[in-house]
Design a protein. Structure first.
Lengths: 243, 243
DNA sequence: GAGTGGTCTAGACCACCCT
DNA sequence: GGGTGGTCTAGACCACTCT
């Protein structure tokens, strides 16, 4: 209790929230890379001068937010952002049997530019800030079915536009190369008619109803790190949500 | 510890899970109607023969599932399913400014029939079971924008087809008249072209892209209590999901 | 067998609501 | 001021993993 109270006497809120913030900061700062085990609860409690119960409450909260994973008898681990795991968590399209669809990506086009007004608003940027724009097609069984236009703020991702190899999941690259952890996304879904451009890219007739998914992505600190608009032709597939 | 252990010695799992199940059963059984206060933690603990911490863990889990609401200094209350609250929780359409849309309902048509094969599959029914089919239009600012086709199993809702007054939110009726508490929904979302029938009902041209929302609704016990397919014409509005 | 997280207890004090 | 949930502690035992 002593150390923490002293170290954080300016902070607000309950002890466990402060413990959670400390652990989160160390993870976000790269002290404990994904996949590594955190110190045991008792050890963290000793280090921070709090009881085991308080540490437990903080780690439980981080477990709910999928920042850490707990394995009984083994330890508490920083959540792994493997490509498969990321797809599972953030790719929300399922086929008619209820199985999640795992798409392939075609090579992408990268460009950089000063952010326009919409991009500044969606990514919380200031005038003059630059962005990286990515355009790609995703395929399913060899056939194109989804068009992605992705916009990233350039500042946290220096040199990303020069990447030669484009992984199937961007979020894996974010984490491994730039130490940016995707924490959550918000999606706005609508139905739109395929424009000539989209019809051509997806191999459907102009006017075909497409699902438009407008996604904002946040990192562990709540910063916006991606704006993505996907257009999908869902043949015997659907977007899935649980309320 | 004594009473509970004896009463539930055949049960499995940790104590707090058993406490949670007991409280849930009493709520679902109508012992504590929505809006009423549960006994205080200490009292529940005494009644059930467990410690306050164990009761707390059970109530915390029920809070996460939105079955109860806790108010510091006041008490723990069975979640209220007011019309406004239900709309807020389960109507997932927002306008361009990010405000939730609160639709009006037109009078609905009710029919009853033996469940067909699809309905039996979607509602977990047996051959010969009957269903109630409801068809209605929802409006926004006086203009129709959503067509609902709702199917309910008849058994838990006797006499519902004869209701003269149709509330704006069905779920409120479920709770007040039939003591069935909506716990969660799963939704499959796709984009479809408006058929002639839908175009006519929604006042759009045939072929207009519509959002099709296919919802399955579950009660507190995990039983399927509703299958609903909505078709929406979203003009400057969107379906919203958080991942 | 040693170490870890998971459960459970008993008791203390605090923050808040109500009347 | 009395009652309620919210936080925190200290200690115990259990279930599981690893080697």
């Amino acid at each position: 209790m002593r150390k923490l109270r002293v170290a954080l006497e300016e902070n607000s809120g309950p002890l466990y929230a402060q413990v959670k913030a400390i652990v989160l900061a160390r993870i976000a700062g790269g002290d404990w890379p994904p996949g590594t085990a955190l110190p045991a609860e008792m050890e963290l409690a000793r280090e921070l001068g709090v009881s085991q119960g308080t540490v437990r409450k903080a780690l439980d909260a981080l477990t709910v937010e999928q920042v850490v994973v707990r394995r009984q008898g083994s330890g508490t681990y920083v959540a792994e952002h493997t490509p498969a795991h990321m797809q599972f968590r953030f790719f929300n399209i399922y086929d008619e049997s209820g199985a999640q669809i795992l798409p392939d990506s075609q090579p992408a086009r990268f460009t950089t530019a000063a952010a326009n007004a919409v991009e500044r608003r969606r990514l919380d940027l200031s005038e003059g800030d630059r962005v990286i724009r990515i355009s790609r097609i995703r395929t399913r069984g060899g056939r194109p079915f989804m068009d992605d236009r992705i916009v990233l703020p350039e500042a946290p991702f220096p040199g990303l536009a020069q990447e030669t190899e484009m992984p199937n999941t961007l979020y894996d690259l974010f984490q491994k190369r730039y130490r940016i952890h995707v924490a959550r996304t918000e999606e706005q879904v609508t139905a739109v008619a395929a424009t000539a451009r989209l019809a051509d890219r997806l191999g459907v007739r102009a006017g075909t109803p497409l699902l438009a998914i407008d996604r904002t992505t946040y990192d562990l600190n709540g910063r916006r790190i991606e704006w993505r608009v996907s257009h999908a032709y869902l043949d015997r597939a659907h977007y899935f949500a649980r309320l």
